[in-house]
Ligand binder design. Structure first.
Ligand code: M6R
Length: 609
């Protein structure tokens, strides 16, 4: 939520900041703005809407200064209009902010009672007033920041500049991510690696409670008491190309097509071939620990929660360990009793989702061992968990998660096969069959991707439908939920995901010949029961798009459209079914002329509760 970028260096900040904001726009796109030095003064330009509107506004405007900051906003306090856009400038200080100030009300009351006139409805402007008070008393930007931090409650990160210190930037992190790129005689401070990687691979990640100052390019780190601290510099490997569209129309489309490679990368290093087995490398937990856990608790949000739900079916069947899955925002506030021998697994593409991170901290306090399944190395969840498995799917920029979902399923299956081997809960033969299923996936996903054209054409005939019901049973049910989420978020059409067997307990009342039913019906142990459920909706006029395995003439006969995925072991089906449901949503969104990569009201990384 919200992208922040700041630059000091020999080049003109405007172009670098705008480029950074373009790369961060997926974090929020309600409004944008910059504050850049120009002949000793901080000039602020802001615009509602997406970045291109700010770019138009800035066309022809030059800034002659070494330093600037920029922001792309996902609104929390106040409408997404120009006056609420960041940066907020008060006196000589300008601030960009990501997060929420929880004691906003009391600060606002105090400032207003002292006659301060507020120009916006944001909590961010209040921070600028507090800093300005300190600067007017003669503090430096660092000192002012150190004195203001204790007055602020909530999870937030800020980046600030001061007219009197044109070569300085100060940033503080307490929640949302912030990192510092150390370039060739230049410094970039940003909320995400995407804004830095084009300039330098050398990066320092701030931890909560840490401040960074950059003064004439000299970078120093402090704790919130103001003591200087040492920080490690990381070399980031992601290439710039991974965050480009590479000839595709949308990031989402590119990311759908990257799945064969993403899945190979997820498996890389974790498989031994003679004999065929999963040996998780450097997960941070010991084999003895994996042998002795008595329960598994999976915690995640959104698409990652759906991947975790798939994993529940796999863990229970393959390892025999009782497994629970919770949505992080619910789990966080539940009155919990957890067995101390529970492995808590947090699943998150970004590794920054506030609710998931809060749950990780909570279960750590309760004494549980924790494992993260993340896509972004060095993210907060990755750093704070005891152990880790990376999905290694490469940068995912489209707000609508695709390749991270299938990579998460594969990573979680690797974990369950690893545990099953150690606990001898499955025969070697069964495990080999499951692992062969994983190994076949990249090739089989390619085959599914070949149906792309079919979806492009079919989407045209589906634009008139307003209701979509996704059905699946067993391990395929979470894919039905994921299918409905994909459709909702990028087409804005109403969709529901249901276990097929649950339909006659209520939702079947929705079915008529205006309802599209996307039925996931691969040949597995629940196939016959699933088909009976599909027959029930067919009998009530439902228009069936069936996704089945291989040649299935029976299913084809009762369907308006039949799509075949390759025949596979049950544990591989969720990944294969994901491709058609992603392509269906993508092409329908394009046919409806929706903003595929930046759907309304959403942001890629949800760093506020
Ligand atoms: O980064 P995370 O995996 O923790 O994000 C969780 C959800 O916000 C995310 O999966 C969201 O539901 C997807 N972008 C939907 O496509």
């Amino acid at each position: 939520m919200c992208g922040i970028v700041g630059y000091w260096g020999p080049e003109k900040p405007k172009a670098i900041i705008l480029d950074g904001l373009r790369r961060l726009e997926y974090r929020g796109y309600d409004s944008t703005g910059v504050a850049i030095f120009d002949h000793g003064q901080l000039k602020v330009e802001r615009s509602p809407g997406k970045l291109h509107r700010l770019e138009e506004k800035l066309r022809g405007i030059e800034f002659e200064g070494p330093t600037g900051i920029g922001h792309t906003r996902w609104a929390t306090h106040g409408e997404p209009n120009e006056k609420n856009a960041h940066p907020h400038k008060v006196g000589g200080v300008a601030i960009v902010h990501n997060g929420i100030i929880e004691n906003y009300g009391s600060i606002q009351k105090r400032l207003v009672s002292e006659g301060v006139e507020l120009k916006s409805e944001t909590d961010s402007e209040l921070i600028a007033h507090l800093l300005d008070e300190k600067l007017r008393e003669g503090a430096t930007l660092l000192k002012a920041t150190l004195e203001v931090i204790p007055k602020l409650e909530g999870a937030y990160s800020i980046l600030v500049v001061n007219e009197k210190e044109p070569d300085s930037m100060v940033a503080f992190k307490n929640g949302p991510p912030m990192l510092v790129g150390l370039g060739n005689k230049e410094v970039i401070i940003a909320s995400d690696i995407q804004a830095v990687i084009t300039r330098t691979p050398r990066v320092v990640y701030l931890d909560d409670g840490e401040i960074v100052t950059s003064i004439k390019g000299a970078v120093k780190f402090y704790n919130s008491k103001g003591d200087e601290i040492r920080k490690d510099v990381h070399e980031v490997k992601w290439s710039q190309a991974m965050a480009e569209k590479a000839g595709f129309d949308h990031f989402m489309q590119k990311e759908i097509f990257e799945q064969p490679q993403a899945l190979r990368q997820t498996m890389e290093g974790h498989l031994e071939h003679e004999p065929l087995r999963v040996v998780l490398k450097s997960s941070g937990l010991t084999d003895d620990e994996y042998r002795n856990f008595k329960r598994i608790q999976l915690i995640a949000c959104g698409t990652s929660w759906h991947a975790a739900m798939v994993a529940k079916y796999v863990f229970e069947r393959v390892t025999g360990i009782p497994t629970d899955v919770d949505i992080a925002s619910e789990f966080h506030y539940r009155h919990l009793t957890l067995d101390p021998q529970t492995l808590a697994v947090t699943v998150s593409q970004s590794g920054e989702t506030a609710d998931t991170l809060a749950c990780l901290r909570r279960v750590k306090k309760m004494g549980l061992r924790t494992l993260s399944v993340c896509n972004v190395p060095h993210s907060s969840i990755d750093r704070e968990a005891h152990g880790r498995i990376y999905t290694n799917a490469g940068a995912e920029i489209g707000v609508c998660s695709t390749k991270s979902f299938t990579a998460q399923i594969v990573a979680l299956e690797l974990l369950s096969f690893h545990m099953a081997r150690l606990r001898k809960s499955c025969s070697d033969e069964e495990l080999k069959n499951y692992i062969s299923g994983l190994l076949a996936l990249p090739g089989q996903v390619e085959i599914c991707l070949n149906h792309d054209k079919w979806f492009r054409e079919a989407a045209q005939s589906l634009t008139k439908f307003r209701g979509f019901l996704y059905l699946g049973r067993g391990v395929n049910f979470p894919v039905a939920l994921e299918g409905a989420l994909k459709l909702k978020e990028i087409t804005y059409l109403h969709a529901e995901g249901y276990p097929s067997g649950e339909l006659k307990h209520g939702p079947i009342a929705l079915v008529d010949n205006n309802m599209i039913i996307v039925a996931l019906a691969p040949k597995d142990e629940l196939y016959e029961k699933n088909i009976s459920n599909i027959q029930e909706v067919k009998a009530r006029g439902g228009q069936i798009i069936a996704i089945g395995s291989g040649d299935d003439q029976g299913l084809e006969k009762i369907s308006k459209h039949y799509l075949s995925i390759p025949e596979a072991v049950w544990s591989a089906n969720p990944v294969l079914e994901s491709i058609p449901i992603q392509l269906l949503s993508y092409h329908l969104a394009v046919a409806l002329n929706r903003d595929v990569d930046q759907p309304r009201n959403l942001a890629k990384s949800v760093t506020v509760e």
